[in-house]
Design a binder for this molecule. Structure first.
Ligand code: ACO
Length: 369
């Protein structure tokens, strides 16, 4: 037994809320003004003038080249064998995490991670998710078509046919707005793994595992459920008022950080409105949104409750034909650009991430005799 005192607790922030845990030149989230910038460029401009591969390249290199292309990559044979061996009931996020982990075992990924590593994993994962989605449906995977850019290629490998340009454009816009959002939980995870000088596949597999949690990967499928309950635009007002009277939250509205209209929702809405042949889901969402915003403003004059990204993510993903259980994995595909850019940024100025904790357990004591 010693008389050494136990430490006094020091102030800390649960969930690291408000803690500045590093510096980044990648994404800037301005909740007050409703701004999201990637390397200084507005998200709306990037959606209007760029593609997902161009935005990924911007995040990785800092260079804006709107013609930059990134076709999907073939799946190494051992990875495909593992995907074939998974039970058909496997959750898509588990399949994607497993595929990324297996992919890492087939690659030479020395420290430090490079832009080539980032390109390789970002172009591999869409092929893996598409292959899994087909295998669980009893269909054979489809080889990448190198003439197609990443999002078109993913849809081709998923559906077995080329999608129309507007559909691919809508999903590409979704991928762009999902690319990067600062030090969120999965991105921070990727940085922690990288800070140990581990490889990019390990960091991305851990990030997928983090995003799998419902507090992060979100539930845009709940937006789909609510839209299905609304059913038609003329029923929207009555449905919204009844839901609010019951005390329900309307999915796809409100945000912890954004007080203004979520710029990602604005960019997706612009793309949706520009579609000549809007899928029914998009059409209904656009009509319901106006009603919801009007009723929320009336019921909560004190609080700016605006549309968030999930409201448009859901109908875009439904509209392009993705099954709702693929939504979180599609979100993960889009976030590959941000994760890998943060991995490169962390590695370029690395310091092992190792925070401290307050010990609140028993004081020093003797083992029972
Ligand atoms: N529908 C109805 N009322 C709402 C909504 C909503 N979507 N959002 C907020 N309110 C009301 C509530 O009455 C709330 O008061 P209460 O806590 O007493 O019920 C009041 O507005 C104030 O809410 P905030 O402080 O702005 O909300 P908070 O920051 O706690 O939560 C959140 C933000 C979780 C996003 C919330 O707005 C919500 O539940 N939205 C619906 C779910 C959703 O769309 N989630 C996706 C977010 S986007 C993303 O994560 C990528």
């Amino acid at each position: 037994m010693t008389d050494a005192p136990m430490p006094e607790p020091r102030p800390f922030s649960p969930g690291l809320e408000g803690v500045v845990a590093g510096e980044s030149s990648l994404g800037y989230v301005d909740g007050e003004r409703g701004r999201l910038l990637y390397r200084g460029y507005r998200i709306g401009d990037l959606v209007a003038h760029g593609t997902y591969p161009a935005v990924a390249n911007l995040l990785w290199t800092g260079d804006w080249d709107p013609t930059h292309r990134l076709p999907t990559a073939p799946i190494p044979a051992p990875v495909l064998a593992i995907l074939r061996a998974l039970p058909t009931a496997t959750k898509p996020m588990d399949a994607l995490r497993t595929a990324v982990s297996a992919w890492g075992a087939t690659q030479d990924l020395p420290w430090p991670p490079t832009v080539e590593h980032a390109r390789a994993i970002t172009s591999f994962s869409p092929s893996a998710l598409a292959a899994f989605a087909r295998l669980r449906a009893g269909l054979e995977p489809i080889e990448p078509d190198p003439s197609l850019d990443l999002v078109e290629g993913f849809l081709y490998q998923l559906n077995g046919e080329r999608s129309d340009a507007e559909t691919a454009r809508a999903l590409d816009a979704y991928f762009i707005v999902g690319s990067e959002h600062g030090f969120n939980a999965s991105t921070f995870t990727a940085r922690v793994v990288t800070s140990t000088r581990s490889d990019i596949a390990s960091a991305v597999a851990a990030a997928i595992g983090t995003m799998k949690g419902p507090l992060h990967g979100g539930a845009p499928s709940e937006v789909v459920d609510q839209l299905a309950q609304v059913g038609s635009a003329d029923h929207a007002e009555a449905w919204v008022r009844e839901a609010l009277d019951r005390g329900d939250r309307l999915m796809g509205f409100g945000h912890r950080v954004y007080r203004a209209y979520d710029p990602r929702a604005a960019a997706l809405r612009t793309v949706a409105e520009g579609m000549e042949h809007r899928p029914d889901w998009l059409e209904l969402a656009i009509q319901v949104e106006d009603v919801v915003l009007r009723v929320l403003a009336e019921k909560h004059p004190e609080r700016a409750l605006k549309t968030n990204v999930e409201f448009y993510a859901a109908p875009v993903l439904m509209g392009v034909g993705l099954a709702p259980d693929l939504f979180p994995a599609a979100f993960s595909l889009s976030r590959h650009a941000g994760w890998t850019a943060h991995i490169l940024e962390q590695a370029a100025d690395n310091r092992l991430i190792r925070p401290d904790s307050n010990y609140v357990g028993p004081a020093e004591r003797d083992l029972p005799a």
